[in-house]
Design a protein around this ligand. Structure first.
Ligand code: DAH
Length: 340
């Protein structure tokens, strides 16, 4: 039996020397150490041995089993290492492959246009003011000369939170906030960009959109100042060749009021679909600050005057780039955004 054990050891070693892959190692393990393996079978026969023979055979059998287990593990490690090296030898780095492009994001078209608007007005000495998006009825309407039952409220379909709290429908309430803070100091010269909200939703109206409000309050401010400032803005924003006109209008918080049109930038004023064949595009509302609005903030309307204006950032961006659906601004389609 001792000889059989020695032979098992030698045979197994020879076979292990010849293995090519992990499967063959596993076959050898099963052949010798498996439940029906050669060594296992032999150990089963130990019962037939005499008391004297048993310890020596048992000892050698254990040694052979431990030895084979170790050898099998060693073979496995060697095979794995060999395979790894082969793989590495095959994998060369191709230095001629083009590199991976790093995609840079950029500013949303609305942000780009807003930045442009800010830059133009900052260049003329205006500073930036802000106000809350959740407003009181008082500031969104009453302080702008729109008392509770004023019919002009109808024009701004409002998201009310309570009877007195709402999402601001315009940036104009910032006028009153700034005047409250500044009174009695002069001059006030601000623009107030920000989000506004109305219950509108179609290809030219979004329930959330952006406006830029402008306010200048000082002594002896006239309509000519307003016109000159807006003309300078329009020429910087849309180009020197653009025509410009003021059209009488009505806003409760300005008197007189005017809407500003520019000659159609698509057709140059000849008339096309974009300008509804009128040759003109309306871009903002404006006027001289209503004396009542000045008085409500504590300014003396006999000594102080001012002008105000308000424009929609989406509208200006749509006109500038010939975009005909406002919803594309908020869909975040990278194919659209990449064009600006
Ligand atoms: N707040 C007005 C609107 O949303 C726009 C506007 C018109 C603002 C005339 C003004 C202004 O400051 O003077 O329709």
């Amino acid at each position: 039996m001792l000889d059989s054990l020695k032979k098992i050891k030698i045979d197994a070693m020879e076979e292990l020397d010849r293995v090519k892959d992990l499967n063959e190692v596993e076959e050898i393990r099963i052949k010798y150490l498996g439940k029906k393996g050669v060594l296992t079978q032999l150990l089963r026969g130990m019962g037939k041995l005499s008391e004297e023979e048993r310890p020596a055979v048992g000892k050698l059998a254990n040694e052979v089993r431990d030895f084979l287990e170790k050898q099998i593990e060693t073979s496995r490690i060697e095979i794995r290492n060999r395979e790894k090296e082969k793989k590495l030898a095959r994998e060369r780095i191709d230095v001629t492959l083009p590199g991976k492009k790093i995609l840079l994001g950029k500013k949303h078209p609305l942000t780009q246009v807003l930045d442009e608007i800010k830059e133009i007005f900052i260049g003329m000495g205006f500073s930036i003011a802000e106000g809350p998006e959740i407003e009181t009825d008082e500031y969104n309407f009453e302080r702008l000369n729109l008392p509770k039952d004023h019919p002009a409220r109808e024009m701004q379909d409002t998201f009310f939170i309570t009877d007195n709290i709402l999402l601001r429908t315009q940036t104009s309430p910032v006028q009153a906030h700034v005047m409250d803070e500044m009174v009695p100091n002069l001059p006030i010269r601000i623009i107030a960009p920000g989000r506004v909200f109305r219950r509108d939703d179609d290809s030219t109206h979004s329930p959330m959109f952006h406006q830029v409000e402008g306010l200048l309050v000082d002594e002896n401010v006239t309509f000519a100042d307003l016109k000159g400032t807006l003309f300078a803005f329009v020429r910087q924003m849309f180009g020197k060749g653009v025509q410009f006109r003021l059209r009488p209008s009505y806003f409760p918080f300005t008197e007189p009021s005017a809407e500003v049109d520019i000659s159609c930038i698509i057709c140059g004023g000849k008339g096309c679909r974009t300008c509804s064949h009128s040759g003109w595009l309306e871009i903002l509302g404006s006027g001289l600050v209503h004396p009542k609005v000045l008085e409500m903030s504590g300014y003396d309307s006999n000594k102080v005057s001012g002008y105000a204006f308000g424009m929609g950032v989406e509208r200006i961006t749509m006109l500038k780039y010939g975009i005909d659906d406002i919803r594309v601004f908020f869909e975040n389609d990278a194919r659209f955004l990449a064009q600006f």
